[in-house]
Design a protein around this ligand. Structure first.
Ligand code: DGL
Length: 282
């Protein structure tokens, strides 16, 4: 990876993670599991969520703003937890910044290829992610023979945000989206959106136990760990317990309460950043 970091970057500099909002906490959860000693700054762009219905230009601009904000913390790496931002803005982000930036698409594609036995992979995500063809591009680049079947599931994000992760209504919606994928005889399905790991049970029930569900977040945190090792920036000898800081661009309280469900642990404090957060001093 062709990257450079300021001399002030140390192993105990934080990892920056951003998402369009709350969903990226499913990625933070995996990062905490694989890299428990790392300091982390999480930014959720809750004032401008959802990204999944927006244009490439807008998503790219927002993503670049978010990295400018995270750079205020002297982050040693940025993880783009958002599938939509990773699908449409990663190239531009890498062009604009010299620090290491890890998206979720390539790791998710690799995980799916390691999982499939019959070479038939399904992908679900937001309209923007599916429209970009990013997962398909990566899957085919890594294995040109792979067959990819994609389906946008735009109602999944609002359902999860409302806490509807089980029951008849969510099952009916999921069935409507997933029935056609089932007919393609896929054996692997990429959950190509931050929110979908919370629907694992429902999606698994509809797809049946012959279809393995791939959570891109798991492979992404492993990729982040590999890179930190390579750069000798793993915070191995940490003396202090790691600090996890949360920032959002809109009201902190809804993020804090729903966030605990995504993260599966208490969130004690969330700070709201101002309107021009990308240039904010923290
Ligand atoms: N975080 C987004 C993703 O993973 C889902 C929410 C949104 O549309 O912004 O694609």
């Amino acid at each position: 990876m062709n990257t450079s970091l300021p001399d002030s970057t140390e192993a105990d500099s934080p990892i920056g993670i951003f998402d369009s909002g709350i969903g990226g906490l499913t990625v933070l959860k995996e990062v905490r599991r694989d890299l428990p000693l790392e300091n982390i700054v999480y930014f959720g762009d809750t004032a401008r969520v959802p990204y999944g219905t927006k244009s490439k230009e807008t998503i790219t601009k927002f993503s670049i703003d978010n990295i400018h904000f995270l750079k205020n913390f002297n982050v040693k790496m940025v993880i783009v937890a958002c599938n939509t931002a990773s699908s449409l803005g990663l190239e531009a982000m890498k062009k604009n910044f010299s620090l290491p930036i890890v998206g979720v698409i390539e790791p998710g594609a690799r995980a799916a290829l390691a999982t499939t036995r019959n070479g038939r992979v399904g992908v679900i995500g937001t309209k923007a992610t599916i429209g970009s063809g990013a997962y398909e591009t990566w899957l085919k680049q890594l294995d040109p023979k792979i067959k990819v079947y994609s389906q946008a599931c735009p109602l999944f994000v609002p359902l999860v945000e409302e806490g509807w992760v089980e029951g008849d209504i969510v099952e009916d919606v999921a069935r409507a989206y997933l029935e056609s994928l089932k007919s393609f005889d896929i054996d692997t399905l990429i959950l190509g959106c931050t929110h979908y790991p919370l629907l694992t049970q429902v999606i698994g029930k509809i797809m049946g136990d012959k279809v393995r569900l791939v959570n891109s977040a798991e492979e992404t945190s492993k990729e982040a760990k590999r890179l930190l090792l390579e750069m000798h920036l793993l915070n191995e000898g940490a003396k202090k317990s790691p600090q996890i800081r949360f920032y959002v661009s809109d009201e902190p309280e809804p993020f804090r309460t729903l966030g605990e469900r995504f993260l599966g642990q208490p969130i004690h404090s969330v700070a709201k950043v101002g309107d021009h957060f990308e240039t904010a001093r923290v």
